[in-house]
Design a protein around this ligand. Structure first.
Ligand SMILES: [Fe+2]
Ligand SMILES: [Fe+2]
Length: 198
């Protein structure tokens, strides 16, 4: 499996402190992220049904993200938050907008790399959050999520390499790492979300 993705920016403590200060809102946003991670994985399965490796790995990953959604949405409810039906995610939109959708293998490469980067950022942010959490059941939950998200980034990166080859994947990864760091820094500040800029 590929090694972890080295993101270009680090999440500061201020993000975790704000997330904890508004924990119900944060959990509600996080739950929707897990649901969207599941939907995104399944949409790739639907786009590439002839790729047996992709179908097996991403249908399993989608099921895992759905389990995360069930757990995090339960925590959100326990904290008195209800999930938003509509919310804008500037970070994910900026990454999706960078995807070249006209032809293959660029389309699959970009869609898989964007997923790898979002997973890598989730892993990085949940690790920071874990350093601030005190409630034992939340510590247990986020430890489990950190372990899972640590696998997901490299899993998508492996699929990207199989789809487009090592050289093209590496070159595009370097470009999209810059897009990712800019997208995270460029969103509206002071939101209580997983992908808020700080
Ligand atoms: Fe997840
Ligand atoms: Fe994930």
């Amino acid at each position: 499996m590929s090694s972890p993705i080295a993101l270009l920016s680090k999440t500061p403590a201020a993000w975790a402190e704000r997330s904890l200060a508004h924990l119900p809102a944060f959990l509600a946003d996080h739950a929707v992220c897990e649901l969207q991670a599941s939907v995104y994985a399944l949409s790739l399965v639907g786009m590439y049904p002839g790729n047996a490796v992709l179908v097996d790995r991403l249908s399993a990953l989608a099921a895992e993200e759905l389990r995360h959604f069930r757990k995090v949405s339960k925590e959100a409810r326990r904290h008195g938050a209800s999930l938003a039906t509509k919310r804008r995610n500037f970070y994910v939109k900026a990454l999706r907008d960078a995807c070249r959708m006209q032809k293959e293998p660029e389309r699959g490469l970009d869609l898989l790399l964007v997923a790898a980067l979002i997973e890598a950022r989730s892993h990085e942010r949940f690790e920071v959050l874990l350093g601030f959490l005190e409630e034992p059941r939340l510590v247990k939950l986020y430890e489990e999520l950190v372990r899972a998200e640590a696998r997901h980034g490299p899993a998508y990166l492996d699929l990207a390499r199989e789809h487009a080859g090592d050289a093209a994947t590496q070159a595009r990864l370097e470009e999209l790492l810059i897009v990712e760091a800019r997208a995270l820094a460029g969103g509206p500040g002071r939101e209580v979300t997983v992908h808020a800029s700080v």
